[in-house]
Design a protein around this ligand. Structure first.
Ligand code: HGY
Ligand code: MN
Ligand code: MN
Length: 408
């Protein structure tokens, strides 16, 4: 540590461990927006914010803020999301929240900043419960449509509005979450890939975040008897869907890195061994840092679906569920983070993100940058997700040092 701001590894370790216990199951982390675990995490974060001597606040959609007031105008914001994927890890999102909190706790000892510093636990990023798509960031940017609270439903049919009310929030007040005082956003996050770990580099300075498209592909065939229907007379929806998924995967493999495609969620109906499936539905997550390339691949996906449907004598329907544009991080902020890394004696490298982040949306309005720390074996979105306490503290120290440069 040369002249960087040091974040206490012990305090950060406690935050990571205790937050990681909220929503923990034998099958990994389950902490979805507005559910009981999410509410316990909100209450715990407000307690920690108070204990750190920061001003706590919850906005209309449940974003939790800790504020270190400054003498001048404008807010430098840091933070990340508090929700997880199903069977998730303890670091994705969470480290950016508690790393930001520990950074502000360390910076408080440096007196009153010129610009106000805030850390935020963004209410929702993963779309794990509702197709809410960066709800916390969209609320701050005034991008939540008035009908969403009543329109968005989880898989139990609960509306976003009902879930908000159960968490003590008023869905009619969503518009009050909009902010116009943000001057910069810095997000600390685990890499979720294996570049830093393989190269033995301490921190990653993110240059670009990929564009992400989610689609739901529904195949309708003919439901028939599994015993009495000869193979050559079937219109088996699952066989056609599986062929589509296979040909899509081969096409994206042929496109080469960094293009990626994943078909992670499947429904087969009626799901009885003795019945030829009449319906098969699967998700597609397709990513590329170049929007034109991403969209060319999506065109190819749609041609594949139509062609396989024709060959199998089934119907196919494709719906777009998520459409996130790629984002380039702010070069000035990236330079501040590079300088901060060197002040902390941390090795660094510039790199793309494979994962999506709130930062890709925030960057459309506010100068934004991300600092990555290594993920052991590149694992994430799994209970095996792990980053060492030393790497967590080093990343939080780089964040604190960059925030100090921006707010003083
Ligand atoms: O999917 C992602 O990359 C992020 O974790 N939401
Ligand atoms: Mn994630
Ligand atoms: Mn994340």
């Amino acid at each position: 540590m040369t002249d960087g701001i040091h974040v206490d590894e012990q305090l950060l370790g406690t935050y990571v461990t205790e937050l990681g216990a909220i929503g923990e199951t034998p099958d990994g982390m389950y902490r979805f927006v507005y559910d009981d675990a999410w509410q316990r995490a909100r209450d715990t974060l407000l307690r920690w914010i108070d204990e750190a001597g920061l001003e706590g606040r919850v906005d209309a959609v449940g974003n939790v803020f800790g504020r270190l007031p400054g003498s001048g105008d404008g807010v430098v914001l840091t933070g990340s999301h508090v929700d997880t994927v199903p069977s998730g890890g303890k670091y994705d999102g969470a480290l950016g929240v508690v790393g930001g909190l520990a950074a502000l706790a360390a910076l408080r000892a440096h007196g009153t900043p010129t610009r106000t510093l805030e850390v935020v636990a963004l209410c929702e990023e993963e779309s794990s419960r509702f197709p809410a798509d960066f709800l916390g960031t969209r609320a701050m940017l005034g991008l939540v449509a008035a009908d969403e609270p009543d329109r968005l439903r989880d898989r139990d049919g609960t509306t976003l509005a009902e879930a908000m009310r159960r968490a003590g929030l008023d869905p009619a007040a969503v518009a009050t979450a909009e902010r116009h005082d943000l001057r910069a956003f810095l997000e600390l996050h685990i890499e979720q890939g294996r570049v830093l770990a393989d190269e033995g580099v301490d921190v990653g300075l993110v240059e670009v975040i990929p564009g992400i498209a989610w689609e739901t592909i529904t195949v309708r065939g003919r439901q028939d008897h599994a015993g009495a229907t000869p193979m050559d007379l079937r219109a088996d929806a699952l066989q056609a869907a599986a062929q589509m998924a296979r040909e899509i995967t081969l096409a994206v493999e042929r496109a080469g890195r960094p293009a990626v495609a994943t078909t992670g969620r499947w429904t087969v109906e009626p799901g009885q061994p003795s019945v030829v499936p009449g319906l098969a539905r699967f998700s597609l997550d397709l990513r590329h840092p170049d929007l034109a390339v991403r969209d060319r691949l999506l065109d190819q996906v749609h041609r594949i679906c139509a062609d396989v449907a024709r060959r199998h004598g089934v119907e196919v329907d494709v719906v777009r569920d998520k459409d996130e544009e790629p984002a380039t991080m702010d070069s000035g902020l990236l330079e501040v983070c590079r300088d901060a890394a060197e002040r902390c004696g941390a090795s660094w490298r510039r790199m793309p993100s494979g994962a999506g982040h709130d930062s890709q949306l925030m960057a459309s309005r506010v100068p934004t940058a991300m600092v990555f720390v290594p993920s052991v074996d590149g694992r994430s979105h799994t209970p095996a997700e792990y980053t060492s306490p030393a790497d967590c503290a080093r990343g939080a120290s780089v964040l604190a040092t960059a925030l100090h440069r921006l707010a003083w």
